[in-house]
Ligand binder design. Structure first.
Ligand SMILES: Nc1nc2c(c(=O)[nH]1)N[C@H]1C(S)=C(S)[C@@H](COP(=O)(O)O)O[C@H]1N2
Ligand SMILES: [Mo]
Length: 247
């Protein structure tokens, strides 16, 4: 997984993880060392922990994840204006929704039929005002609504014991998440932003919105969702971003 060929990068990630936990007043380096049985306060302890376990960071984060811990929510009046666009290309390169668009579902699911926007809107909907946190160091509060991913996965008869849910986008972007995070109550297939249909820049016609993870997991312009036990990686993940990316 991420950082395996880049020990310095892994150490930086661990420092960032530890800092976040410290700031939140939750876990400290001490509790991380309890989890690993290593002395993480020293350089060699960090190396031992990280180099002996390829996906150390992902595993620690997964172990700390609680499906009942909700991301903070805000009043609608806190929504950031103007709302920032971000992608691996400039906004003038945004792809319009293909005329023949439909959402495909593949892999370990019973029902592989295609989904139109209309069909998605007929499923139960949920809204949220949450903070989107980009790994590049900025954040913004947005208001999204759409189909909870757990509702969708159950509806298509997904194998909920599978390890990963992977997302493919028609702009060429990809990402993937663990099943526990996919089933989190605040993980939604968003159709609306500020109660109006998403525009192409912000992910039309449907995007993932997952406030318990960094912004790069919130895939826009979805084309296909796959349920799989084979590690899928992703556009940024394959370039070294921490795969788990919990906030
Ligand atoms: N399809 C697609 N989804 C994407 C991206 C992208 O380039 N393409 N960028 C990701 C990153 S890094 C961020 S920070 C958010 C930005 O979402 P926003 O444009 O709604 O602010 O989208 C994520 N989802
Ligand atoms: Mo991002």
């Amino acid at each position: 997984m991420s950082g395996v060929d880049d020990p310095a990068g892994l150490r930086a990630e661990l420092r960032a993880l530890s800092r976040r936990r410290l700031i939140r007043g939750g876990l400290s380096l001490g509790s991380l060392s309890l989890l690993t049985g290593c002395d993480l306060g020293t350089h060699s302890g960090v190396n031992a922990a990280l180099w002996s376990m390829l996906s150390f960071n992902d595993r620690v984060q997964a172990a700390l994840f609680s499906r009942s811990r909700l991301a903070e929510t805000y009043p609608v009046s806190d929504v950031t204006k103007p709302f920032r666009f971000n992608a691996y290309y400039q906004d003038w390169q945004v792809r319009p929704v293909p005329d023949d668009w439909s959402l495909a579902v593949t892999g370990l699911v019973a029902d592989k039929s295609l989904w139109s926007v209309r069909r998605l809107r007929a499923l139960p909907q949920a809204g949220q005002v949450t903070r989107h946190i980009c790994i590049e160091g900025w954040s913004q509060i947005g208001q999204w609504s759409g189909v909870p991913l757990h509702v969708f996965l159950k509806r298509v008869g997904a194998d909920l014991r599978a390890r990963y849910v992977a997302f493919t986008c028609f702009d060429g972007y990809t990402t993937s998440i663990d099943m526990a995070s996919a089933l989190h109550p605040q993980t939604i297939l968003a159709l609306d932003f500020e109660r109006a249909a998403l525009t192409p820049e912000w992910g039309a016609p449907v995007r993932l919105r997952i406030p318990v993870k960094l912004g790069f997991k919130s895939a826009k312009n979805l084309q296909a969702i796959a349920v799989t036990n084979t590690y899928p990686g992703g556009y940024w993940e394959n370039q070294g971003y921490n795969w788990y990316a919990g906030v």
